[in-house]
Design a protein around this ligand. Structure first.
Ligand SMILES: Nc1ncnc2c1ncn2[C@@H]1O[C@H](COP(=O)(O)OP(=O)(O)O)[C@@H](O)[C@H]1O
Ligand SMILES: [Mg+2]
Length: 327
């Protein structure tokens, strides 16, 4: 795999849900490209469509309400949206692995950890015999930082801590040696010190395996630590996309600027007076015409309530959806 070449490309993805109050577009015309061997951060407030984007890529939207209405999701050029269910089944785990905020989404509470991990090897490594699969499972548990891995194999998920469960889920996601890992807020439910350890583990594993990672978070600070590229989501849109360094140096979209200004700084003298973005995210059921950020934007103009801003490129790989950027 050539580093820097796009491995996963999401192209004008639209994902919708049918609800009692009608159909909503949770993800609207979302496009981004994950390059081989890199980490792309997808950042935004709760409810902006991050998980729906991830579940669309995995083709795991809750059916029948959730559907991919249009767009393409190409893994090495193959459009996952067009694959038959059995073909997609072979992609999951083996080509794309996923870890979730809550490890119990992936772990079965009534089965021993070892059994669950060996099952993943059964699925993806038919070349190994039973003894080799068991040994591979133990080795992988050790690799993800689980002490006394052999003993842990016989335990149930509830017998270990949340941080250890998250490590088990990472092991399960990586057992098939995927080219792409989707990590959906993998540290959000954990204590701060454990968060840092899990982040470091993901970063180490990324370097070791060369896999590409789509890292989903609501925290820009995490992005700064691990990502090469960033896409900022707001109310179902990507509002800004940039190399991480460029985004932190020169945020273009007023929403990104607000997020950056609200970021806690370790060195700040007056920690208590952080600027925050006023107002709230509009409901998907009542989206205003024009820009979705208009009701919170300090620079709102007449035009923002009438026309939809398209992506405006300012530098190579750096664009935002904002009229302020137009000449
Ligand atoms: N199962 C569902 N049924 C209906 N609407 C949903 C469902 N899941 C998500 N949504 C809608 O999609 C939006 C984005 O959700 P999600 O992607 O989970 O946000 P987040 O960025 O916090 O991961 C939500 O605000 C909600 O309006
Ligand atoms: Mg989510």
């Amino acid at each position: 795999m050539n580093n820097g070449q796009p491995i996963l490309t999401v192209d004008h993805l639209v994902a919708t849900f049918d609800t009692d109050a009608g159909r909503v577009r949770a993800v609207d015309q979302v496009s981004f490209s994950l390059k081989a061997g890199t980490i792309l951060g997808l950042v935004g407030e709760s409810g902006c469509g991050k998980s729906v984007t991830a579940l669309s890529i995995m083709r795991l939207l809750p059916r029948p309400a959730g559907v991919i209405e249009s767009g393409a999701i190409r893994l090495n050029g193959v459009d996952l949206v067009q694959l038959a269910p059995d073909e997609m089944h072979r992609i999951r785990g083996r080509r794309i692995g996923m870890i979730f905020q809550e490890p119990m989404t992936a772990l079965n509470p009534v089965h021993r950890i070892g059994q669950q991990l060996v099952e993943v090897f059964d699925l993806h490594r038919p070349d190994l015999d039973a003894v080799q699969r068991y040994q591979a499972a133990v080795a992988l548990l050790s690799r993800v930082g689980i002490p006394e891995a052999r003993a842990r194999m016989d335990e149930y998920p509830h017998q270990i801590s949340g941080g250890m469960r998250q490590r088990v889920m990472i092991a399960m996601a990586l057992a098939g040696k995927p080219d792409v890992l989707i990590a959906d807020e993998p540290t959000t439910a954990l204590d701060v010190t454990i968060q840092a350890q899990i982040l470091e583990l993901i970063l180490d594993l990324q370097k070791e395996t060369g896999m590409a990672v789509l890292f989903i978070t609501h925290a820009l600070g995490v992005i700064a630590q691990i990502c090469q590229e960033v896409a900022v989501m707001y109310a179902g849109w990507i509002v800004e996309s940039a190399p991480a360094a460029a985004l932190f140096k020169k945020p273009l979209h007023p929403y990104t600027q607000g997020l950056l200004a609200s970021m806690p700084r370790l060195s700040s003298e007056n920690k208590s007076v952080l600027p925050i973005i006023r107002g709230t995210v509009p409901s998907l059921h009542q989206l205003p015409p024009g820009c979705r950020f208009q009701n919170r934007c300090p620079h709102v103009m007449d035009r923002c309530g009438k026309e939809t801003p398209g992506p405006v490129a300012v530098d190579d790989d750096h664009w935002a959806r904002c009229f302020l950027l137009e000449g």
